[in-house]
Design a protein around this ligand. Structure first.
Ligand code: IPM
Ligand code: MG
Length: 358
């Protein structure tokens, strides 16, 4: 009997609503699969916690999280607090504190959904973006000096280390090799950024030499945006830096139909610390309290979490239930052209799980 201990951090905005919907979907899966069960522990961290205590999470937050098998995370961000405080105080603090250096972002146009591309192109989208998640443009290195004077300077330094690039490149190669096409596109900007990006290319080139059966091509990030729109079928697995992949993954989510369904996994491949799974849509304060947040992103995220926990059959069953609901097209949220609320979508997916009979 596999019991998975999950830390649940709903966080801010619509995070708690979509994550609670996800918890009940996982409980339904646990009820349907004989060898699967979960112990969920809710942690009320986030911006309200900050207002109460002056901290987004307790000082020993990472120690508390260390005992879990995974972290199921909603969103962070509050209209009344600076983003850099809320993000660095919780989400980035966990990603960096646990060295979750590989961020995985799958995109597919799910059955029944229409993205902005012509249908014959949209149907070709089946990508996994691997985002470097611990350094690069998000290293946090930099500073502000001479504030308020005409000599003021603001700097963010993009940091690329051999160890950091090598490990994420290896993860991307392994990810690509586990998919049928065995194809990796490495995104760069070494034509303009001649230090860090040239080094990125060199380290990636050494790593791919260990994967003779992998077919690799290289793209400059600006040209990559065009290729995603014009030739989506030519792409399979993508490796990009922290910032490049941040931007490309929003484009991917839009081409995949809606930001509301995108899922992501912040992974520590060493498995020494728990990995963190979250929908990519963010806190979306305009939707709070309306019961309309689309939970499909948090369900897809839960499926990624199941894969990571070594439950591929349950992961596939959940994904199949999601796809049954999108293919029918009767119960979809407003962002997908329907009128269904969070609870209706949740119930439809739970019904589809039961209907699938393992
Ligand atoms: C994402 C988000 C975050 C990021 C923001 C909220 C800091 O856009 O997960 O893609 O840029 O990493
Ligand atoms: Mg982003």
């Amino acid at each position: 009997m596999a019991l998975h201990k999950i830390a649940v951090i709903g966080g801010d905005g619509i995070g708690p609503a979509v994550i609670e919907a996800g918890v009940s979907v996982l409980e339904a899966l646990g009820a349907a699969e004989p060898d699967l069960s979960f112990a969920f522990t809710r942690l009320d961290w986030g911006s309200d916690h900050f207002r109460r205590t002056g901290r987004m999470m307790p000082a020993d937050g990472l120690t508390q999280l260390q005992v879990f098998d995974a972290i199921y995370f909603g969103a962070v961000g509050d209209p009344d607090l600076p983003d850099d405080i809320t993000l660095w105080g919780l989400r980035l603090a966990i990603c960096q504190g646990f060295d979750q250096y590989a961020n995985l972002r799958p995109t597919r146009l799910l059955p029944g959904l229409a993205g902005p591309l012509r249908p014959e192109l949209g149907r070709q989208i089946d990508w996994v973006i691997v985002r470097e998640n611990s350094e690069g443009e998000y290293s946090g290195v930099g500073g502000r000096v001479h504030q308020g004077t005409s000599l003021e300077v603001g700097m963010d330094v993009a940091v690329f280390t051999r160890a950091g690039v090598e490990r994420v490149a290896r993860f991307a190669c392994d990810t690509a090799m586990a998919r049928p096409r065995r194809q990796l596109t490495i995104v760069t900007k070494s034509n303009a950024q001649r230090h860090g990006m040239v080094f990125w290319d060199a380290v990636c080139r050494r790593v791919i030499a260990d994967y003779p059966d992998l077919s690799v091509d290289w793209m400059l990030v600006d040209a990559m945006t065009q290729r995603m729109v014009n030739k989506p079928g030519s792409i399979d697995t993508v490796l990009a830096t922290n910032l490049h992949a941040d931007i490309l993954s929003d484009l991917a989510a839009a081409l995949g139909g809606s930001l509301g369904i995108g899922a992501t996994a912040n992974i520590d491949p060493s498995r020494w610390r728990p990995s963190m799974f979250e929908p990519i849509h963010g806190s979306a304060f305009d939707l709070v309290g309306k019961g309309l947040a689309n939970p499909l992103g948090s369900f897809w995220t839960a499926s990624l979490m199941l894969d990571h926990l070594g439950e591929p059959a349950a992961a596939r069953r959940l994904m199949a239930a999601i796809e049954t609901v999108t293919a029918r097209g009767e119960v979809l949220g407003p962002d997908l052209g329907g009128q269904a609320g969070t609870e209706e979508v949740r119930n439809a997916v739970i019904d589809a799980i039961a209907g699938a009979n393992g």
